[in-house]
Ligand binder design. Structure first.
Ligand SMILES: NC(=O)c1ccc[n+]([C@@H]2O[C@H](COP(=O)([O-])OP(=O)(O)OC[C@H]3O[C@@H](n4cnc5c(N)ncnc54)[C@H](O)[C@@H]3O)[C@@H](O)[C@H]2O)c1
Length: 245
């Protein structure tokens, strides 16, 4: 990862922040793009992924200031709970605008610079809700399903440019995003316990575990993994741990 410039959208949040630390530990140079304000420790651009013009300015400035962009981690997303009727159409539109078109906008803005990298990579943050049906997550789940399809199609388009495109599918991770869901529940602590218990491993996935997988996909040594979805999910997508005997 030595000196690789890694742009992380949503880098001020739980998983994004862990990615920043993993890139720093690996000798790379993380740059955060987030709607929230940053701190002085890490290069930070305050930008909303719904603002295409601002993203173009940000990526151009990153490339000018740090000389290159090697990796884009599309990670900024929002969540709303509800079934198909109780989720307002405005919330459907917001989730698609941030969670899907936000990834598309950041990708379009970063591509001219990723093409100049010797080993360009895009890592898209998906979710286990793309793979398994969970109650009251219908709008969010559809955005994550779209991200996994986007990842495969984009990977095919960008093979000729030498850019890998992959997705990470985290399980339940203890971050502000999860806290916002727990806060909306009648009993916050009971909700948190349920989130841990629903993981087949019985514990939440750590943000550092997710960041470790991001680092694997961002590593210039790894040029043969593309169009893949890597689960870091404690088995929640694909296993059932109920005893059979
Ligand atoms: N926490 C989980 O259990 C979990 C599980 C599966 C997948 N994920 C995915 O992981 C990613 C990160 O989630 P997290 O749990 O770290 O969330 P988080 O809420 O802790 O952080 C999200 C970050 O994105 C930023 N952001 C939100 N909207 C933005 C916008 N429009 N423009 C720019 N920045 C914006 C926020 O300011 C925040 O810093 C998301 O894609 C999420 O869907 C999370």
């Amino acid at each position: 990862m030595q000196d690789r410039v890694v742009v992380i959208t949503g880098g001020a949040g739980g998983i994004g922040r862990a990615c920043v630390e993993a890139v720093l530990d690996g000798g790379g140079r993380p740059v955060v793009v987030d709607a929230a304000p940053g701190t002085a420790e890490v290069p930070h651009y305050q930008a909303d992924v719904t603002d295409e013009e601002r993203l173009a300015v940000v990526m151009a400035d990153v490339a000018a200031r740090y000389g290159r962009i090697d990796v884009l981690v599309n990670n900024a997303a929002v969540v709303r709970s509800g079934d198909v009727e109780e989720t307002a159409l405005d919330d459907w539109a917001l989730l698609w605008d941030v969670n899907v078109l936000g990834y598309v906008r950041a990708t379009r803005a970063a591509l001219p610079y990723l093409r100049r990298s010797e080993a360009g990579a895009i890592v898209n943050m998906s979710s286990f809700t793309a793979a398994a049906g969970f109650r009251r997550r219908v709008a969010y789940a559809t955005t994550k399903g779209a991200i996994e399809a986007l990842t495969r199609a984009l990977a095919a388009d960008l093979i000729a440019d030498g850019i890998t495109v992959n997705a990470i599918r985290p399980g339940t991770v203890d971050t502000a995003l999860l806290a916002s869901l727990a806060a909306a529940a009648p009993d916050r602590e009971a909700a948190r316990a349920t989130y841990a218990a629903r993981q087949p491993t019985g514990r939440m996935v750590s943000a550092a575990e997710v960041a470790h997988a991001v680092l694997f996909l961002a590593d210039p040594v790894n040029r043969s993994t593309t169009g893949a979805v890597i689960a870091v999910d404690g088995g929640i997508s694909d296993t059932r741990s109920t005893p059979m005997d």
